[in-house]
Design a binder for this molecule. Structure first.
Ligand code: PMM
Length: 296
């Protein structure tokens, strides 16, 4: 039974058990709320290291309209080093368990099969794999066995080295082709087509110019035929666009309006979902977008 299903005109937030949300484009993109339980993520690092604060924030994002709270225990900021699997698991499991007990649907943001399996057992509904299945050959089996949705993000290497891999002749064509390959690999490993979600991976082995091109030509990624998630929230290319007169990038907490603008552009392009830190801002903007579409 839906826990809350507000389908009246101009209201597009559907908050139901995530397994009941079809992975096709619905009236309005879904919103994933970011919850990093890490000391060093670029935006919310350190803020939710304490279990109580993390769970309270996850519940708040769900109340604000997040269809999923995306829980991560390893920073993927450019240059970040790795943590071991035990540390990553110890960070995310209590949060996922507590949010599940509170009825909040979660995704696990990890590249490790072992962490994904533990998170799914603790109640996570979706695997969000920023490596698109490349980092851990065991991930496809975990996802196929669970039958859960799998977000496959475009990725070329771990955080420490990824910016050296930001070399493209035509970034949109290459990201599209590499994502198609990731989806084909997932299918070959036994993952059902209707469990696959793709993500262009803004900021991952991408320069600012690459991100803008991907944003401008998102329809070419959507044209692959899978639901597409966009994760632009507070990323550095937005900070650079909003730089002050001295060329200093706008700090992370001043990038919200720009993030909301990307949310609306993604909706207009046909994205399935957005992954954001400030859920309410994007949910409100999507209501405005939906109401405008309905008035056409
Ligand atoms: N970006 C980050 C982490 N996880 N997952 C997906 N699917 N897409 C993204 O763009 C993405 C992600 C990095 O941002 P964060 O440090 O704010 O979580």
């Amino acid at each position: 039974m839906p826990s809350r299903n507000r389908s009246t005109r101009n209201v597009c937030v559907v908050t139901v058990p995530f397994s009941a949300v079809p992975l096709r484009r619905s009236r309005c993109p879904v919103v994933l709320g970011v919850l990093n339980v890490t000391p060093d993520s670029f935006s919310d690092g350190g803020r939710y290291a304490d279990l109580e604060a993390a769970v309270a924030h996850g519940v708040r994002m769900h109340t604000e309209g997040a269809s999923l709270v995306d829980v991560g225990g390893e920073s993927t900021r450019p240059g970040a080093g790795r943590v071991d699997a035990a540390t990553e698991t110890a960070r995310v499991l209590p949060v996922i368990s507590a949010l599940s007990a509170a009825g909040v649907p979660t995704s696990i943001d990890t590249t490790r099969a072992e962490v994904a399996a533990a998170a799914l057992a603790a109640g996570a509904s979706v695997v969000n794999d920023v490596s698109g299945g490349l980092a851990d050959p065991g991930m496809a089996r975990v996802v196929a066995d669970a039958g859960c949705p799998w977000i496959l993000m475009h990725w070329r290497g771990h955080s420490r080295t990824m910016q050296q891999l930001a070399v493209y002749d035509d970034v949109v064509a290459e990201v599209r082709d590499e994502l198609r390959q990731r989806a084909d690999d997932a299918l070959a490993a036994g993952v059902a087509a209707d469990r696959i979600i793709l993500d262009p991976g803004l900021g991952f082995a991408k320069t600012a110019e690459h991100n803008w091109r991907l944003q401008a030509r998102l329809d070419e990624i959507i044209g692959l035929g899978y639901p597409v998630l966009v994760g632009a929230s507070r990323k550095s290319y937005l900070g650079r666009l909003l730089a002050d007169a001295a060329g200093e990038p706008r700090p992370v907490d001043g990038r919200e309006a720009a993030t909301v603008a990307v949310t609306v552009l993604a909706a207009a392009a046909g994205a399935w979902g957005v992954r954001v830190h400030d859920v309410l801002g994007s949910v409100d903007a999507l209501k405005v977008w939906r109401a405008t579409e309905d008035a056409r």
